[in-house]
Design a protein around this ligand. Sequence first.
Ligand SMILES: Cc1cc2nc3c(=O)[nH]c(=O)nc-3n(C[C@H](O)[C@H](O)[C@H](O)COP(=O)(O)OP(=O)(O)OC[C@H]3O[C@@H](n4cnc5c(N)ncnc54)[C@H](O)[C@@H]3O)c2cc1C
Length: 381
Amino acid sequence: MRFVSVSSSSADLFVVGGGPAGLATSIFAAQRGMRVTLMERGVLPRDKPCGEGLMPEGVRLLDAMGVSVSRSHPIHGIRYVDESSGVVEGRFASGIGLGVRRHEMSRAMVRRARTLGVRLQEGVRVQAVRYHRTGVVVELDREKVEAPFLVAADGLHSQLRRDAGLERTRGRVRPARYGFRRHYQIPPWTSFVEVHWARGAEAYVTPVGSDEVGVALLWHEPAPSYEAMLRRFPTLDARLRDAPVTTALKGAGPLRRGARRVCRGRLALVGDAAGYLDAITGEGVALGFQSAQAVVRALTSGQGLAGYETAHRRLRRRHVVMTEAALLLARHPWLRRRVIGALSLHPRVFSRVISAVAHTDERQEELRLKLQAPVGTLDLS
Ligand SMILES: Cc1cc2nc3c(=O)[nH]c(=O)nc-3n(C[C@H](O)[C@H](O)[C@H](O)COP(=O)(O)OP(=O)(O)OC[C@H]3O[C@@H](n4cnc5c(N)ncnc54)[C@H](O)[C@@H]3O)c2cc1C
């Protein structure tokens, strides 16, 4: 390959990846006055296999970005359905979630980013990055550009994470998990995200409009087809049997990918690129928004990226505990039956668990930090 030029960019920040985490980073940074260039290998707005349930903290951050989606469905909590042991549901303690199609959320975020002056480059694939003491040089298909900082938001299988030597390669071996999603034209029967549990798989039903639901299947015990997998959930299968399918099947996986650290010099990883456990708790997008906000705070605090590593570790801690607990239930049906049976007798306990997953106490956490932080070291406005 021949590079045609080396140009010093007028950007303060390069963002690679136009998914929710990359767009959120660009928007938060532009709101703080940074000049941002985002590079996406595909076309914007983007679609992606996803359960499309946005937790209340994600909705709050979407609002903070000034993004408004035009088609969505409110989500008031999570309902667990295990056909052999019963049903338990928990309401979010505060705020509401949203069921929103990925294409619609991307469209609204792209529009907001453009309004704020973010330079969006589509159809651009980052080939390699070179790191210097004062900045980064990004090699694109036909040119090289320079900027002081680079945020890699290039998703689950992040090439930039790998190339920077940040990929976590060791860890406990577990059954690989994959996900598929598809949409059906049917009026939602609930404003809860329904999680149906079965042998080796879960089905997530998310209302995404007044006449459409999304169904995401996650599994570690494969079946020959999506239809065969759906038959493991007889009640759901019967409900959807006559509903027209509105989208093509899209899949992703294996889902578990790790990062040893989330910063190296002038590079920071955000969203799935910073490590991903599983879609089982439906937190990926909200966590991506939170990491985007944290990296921009670090960059604009005058301390470079130093604070982001710690902030990200704190953000992930609760997510890791919740996700590992849910995966334990997915792997052990006898334990799941006992837990769902017990929680159905104490629905308030389940609501507390759901609210912890939904990060609805984030504002209290911000308040706590604000009170602890010496003046001038943390900007939480
Ligand atoms: C089946 C399934 C169900 C899920 N359900 C939910 C849910 O209900 N709620 C929830 O919040 N989360 C859910 N998630 C997780 C959620 O989808 C992810 O956490 C989220 O998409 C992460 O956003 P991101 O921006 O980090 O990465 P992505 O959305 O993957 O975006 C990465 C972008 O980077 C671009 N890119 C990659 N490499 C390059 C390159 N070299 N140069 C330029 N561009 C590049 C890609 O084209 C892509 O647009 C689910 C995931 C799966 C698989």
